[in-house]
Every structure is written in C-alpha cells, then in structure tokens.
Design a protein around this ligand. Structure first.
Ligand code: NI
Length: 166
C-alpha cells in the first residue's frame, strides 16, 4: 500500500465530473487500499478518487471514532434526504480551512462495494454529511461552492500562497 499525494484546490482535476467505475479488477483493489491508507494518514474521514488524480466515481470513508469502519462507495446514487441543517465542514483538498454549509442530516443511498456488489445505506449526522461531501467531489464540486464568492476568492488566495511557500 502507498500514501498518495492529495490534490489541493484550485487544481482543475478536482472540478471534473467522474465517470462510473466499470472494472472491478486488481488495479481497482489496489487503488482502494491506497486511498484508505492516504485518508487515514492525512488524517481524514473521506477521500474521493479524483482527489488523488484518478477520474473514477469512487470514494472511501470512515467516520467512526476508532477508525475501524471503512466504507467503499462506488457509483453512488442518492435515494432520499431530509432535515436540512447547517454543519461545519473541512476537506483534505482545502487544508486548514473550515466553514459552515447546509447539509441534510439524514441520507439514504445505493452504491456498489469494492467487489461491485450493490448495497443500500442509511446515514445520519457526520456520516450523512460525509456522504454528501464525497458525492459532491465525484460531481466535481467542493463545499466552498456553497459559500459567497468573496469568501471563495479569499480561500483560493490563501491556498495559492500556501502552495507557493511549499
Ligand atoms: Ni473533501
């Protein structure tokens, strides 16, 4: 397994809508293992394939307290959502930045696991927030898209300055 470099905003690869996964081969299994290792090392609770430069509709997540409940979400579809509320959010592609956005507190989805087997999931709270955040990534969106253009501009400047200082 390997820790992969995570792309930071405003990298254009974060802005593409990802195509569905079709091949459940060894290469995909290895990518999933590397994505988990990268996410846990960061540390983070979710990571989308396009954040490590791979254009596939695939995210890994683990919102558990002890980091022992890994979830693979492939080709997800939202079946229902309720209880819209404001939640604080961060993202590995926007280091050292957090802000409040509107999310659903409950969400129901259908997705495929790492072997291509379909499953349904009902998520609440942090897990529901994480699912929405990851599906946004797979659609080429970032949570800052919900903020004002003034705030977005400020964040972009901050990240470009940090990248120049690397
Ligand atoms: Ni993110």
């Amino acid at each position: 397994m390997a820790v992969l470099p995570i792309l930071h905003h405003p990298d254009p690869r974060l802005r593409k809508k990802t195509p569905p996964v079709q091949q459940f081969d060894q290469k995909l299994q290895r990518l999933i293992d590397d994505m988990f290792e990268t996410m846990y090392a960061a540390p983070g609770v979710g990571l989308a394939a396009n954040q490590v430069g791979v254009q596939l509709r695939l995210s890994v997540m683990d919102c558990s307290e002890h980091h022992d409940q890994p979830i693979v979400m492939i080709n997800p579809e939202v079946l229902g959502a309720e209880e819209r509320q404001e939640m604080e959010e961060g993202c590995l592609s926007l280091p050292d930045i957090r802000d409040k956005v509107q999310r659903y507190n409950k969400i129901r989805l259908r997705a495929l696991d790492r072997n291509g087997q379909p499953y349904e999931l009902e998520a609440e709270g942090l897990m529901a927030q994480c699912v929405q955040h990851e599906i946004d990534h797979l659609d080429g969106k970032l949570y800052i898209d919900y903020l004002s253009s003034l705030k977005r501009e400020r964040i972009k400047k901050k990240l470009l300055k940090a990248a120049a200082g690397d």
